[in-house]
Design a binder for this molecule. Sequence first.
Ligand code: KIV
Length: 291
Amino acid sequence: MAADSEEFPNFALPNIVIMSTNTTDNQRKVTTRRLVEMKQRGEKISMLTAYDYSMAKIVDEAGIDCILVGDSASNVMVGNTTTLPITLDQMIYHAKSVMNGVKRALVVVDLPFGTYQGNSKEALASAVRIMKESQAEAVKIEGGSEIRESIERILCAGIPVMGHLGLTPQSINKFGTYTVRAREEAEAAKLIEDARMLEEIGCFAIVIEKVPAKLARKVAEQLTIPIIGIGAGGGVDGQVLVIHDMLGINKGFSPRFLRRYANLADIMHDAIGRYVEDVKSSDFPNESEQY
Ligand code: KIV
């Protein structure tokens, strides 16, 4: 029997066992360390959001490296206009559902608005709840020097942290717009400084959202940890998109940076319309679809 056959699944095994069984790279469990290694060898990192079991299972089986349980769930799952209303309990619910469907990808969960800014003890308590109750593998936090203490305390507890700079949607009421960030020199300089600080204190990666491509490339070149971009051009170490946007489920959002890989809203609309017709006309169920 081959060591990596179905009877001996190796997704959850420690690295040492995985290395000794000729397991291919697209079967190995993705860890924070592997993301850094991917950057070192110039392999781009793929990342998408997911919020529930079924979607996470499809995304994982399709070979994604990293799944983000983003607070964008507030928008695309609940219909809120911002990410602010989603709660820690709701994020944990989504994260648990995702974890049930994932074997290979690294799963990162957003700390939602209001659960880490108050003080570092509160930040740690929030991160611990996510890790304990969902069994996810890392957390993501929006912000730089203002929340350094919170990030440090979480890191001290052995919880991997992904930073998030540039456009930080939880601060929408401060900025008043979702437009491109860090076009001005001062803001760009602060972003570079924050990115360096996040690397220095031990973050394993940073998401940089909606900034000029030239700036994002500069940050990726200066840092040894991976920079995952969204609307930050191709000079970074990986890309992340919201799954509802790239699959065309959420058709009302068409920023320049978004590439749409499917039109699922149209496909679903058509399928549901045909089902309604079949039920109304008594075509469904037919003889072979009943007991
Ligand atoms: O919540 C989210 O989906 C995110 C991505 C846009 C990076 O933070």
